[in-house]
Design a protein around this ligand. Structure first.
Ligand code: KIV
Length: 265
């Protein structure tokens, strides 16, 4: 695999090649993911739950993200690395610039991800005009779990769907170079993916997104409790973790994951 850049991902979208993304938080898993053909790795603030054992992503701070991004960088050769901006680390455009600077300069991330729509447009503009690639995140926003009243599917009613479509277009116009859609009805996610030039990566957002992302520990079946509907355990039918990751990449590329049983209407 040659160096993956934001340009590579646009070309993949244009060619109709699906993008398989996974989270990683350390060097060893990063090597396994890269060897299995994963082109993009997200150092997600999901690390708060799967690494730190917290109940949500809210307690994660910037120094946690910098530490894990550095660990991932040591296992990486060619993958594009996206670092999550943690809760309350981008409440103003100025604070976002400081956080993104730390994730990229101290951590080594190539792109930063932030949650939110219309309220984040000015921040996205300022980050991108400072040369910082941004991945936006719409739908279920885990950092807003208390405001949303739980981990629920978003965009089911007409008004919410309209706002999400508008937010997605506005984020792209503001300079976002990738969009994650989480827990969104498949048809809405398909419409948004088709209307944007930038790659749209789904998690619980149906098969017609330009790529898929899962939390690594979820797809290996080691997250405690009942997994969300959109998760598939790829280790169940595999001989090793490397095999499971290869099966995930293949299933995303050939469109067999996510199946109807992983999607929302
Ligand atoms: O933190 C994370 O792992 C994420 C993914 C679930 C998209 O944001």
């Amino acid at each position: 695999m040659s160096q993956v850049t934001t340009a590579t991902l646009i070309e993949m979208k244009q060619r109709g090649e699906k993008i398989a993304v996974l989270t990683s938080y350390d060097a060893s898993f990063t090597r396994v993911l890269e060897d299995a053909g994963v082109p993009v790795i997200l150092i997600g603030d999901s690390l708060g739950m799967v690494i730190q054992g917290q109940e949500s992503t809210l307690p994660v701070d910037v120094s946690d993200m910098v530490y894990h991004t550095r660990c991932v960088v040591r296992g990486r050769r060619n993958t594009l690395l996206i670092g999550d901006m943690p809760f309350m680390s981008y409440s103003s455009a100025e604070q976002a610039l400081t956080t993104a600077g730390r994730l990229m300069k101290d951590g080594g991330a190539h792109m930063v991800k932030l949650e939110g729509g219309a309220t984040q447009l000015e921040t996205v503009r300022q980050l991108t005009s400072s040369g910082i690639p941004v991945c936006a995140h719409l739908g279920l926003l885990p950092q807003s779990v208390h405001k949303l009243g739980g981990y629920r599917v978003q965009g089911r009613d007409e008004e919410a769907a309209r706002i999400m479509r508008e937010d997605a277009l506005a984020l792209e116009s503001a300079g976002a170079q990738m969009l994650v859609l989480e827990c969104v009805p498949s048809q809405l996610a398909a419409d948004i993916s088709r209307s944007l030039m930038i790659p749209v990566i789904g998690i619980g957002a149906g098969p017609e997104c330009d790529g898929q992302v899962l939390v690594l520990y979820d797809m290996l079946g080691i997250t405690p409790g009942k997994p969300p509907r959109f998760v598939k355990n790829f280790l169940e039918d595999a001989d090793s973790i490397a095999d499971a990751v290869r099966a995930y990449v293949k299933a995303v590329q050939d469109g067999s994951f996510p199946g109807p049983e992983h999607c929302f209407q």
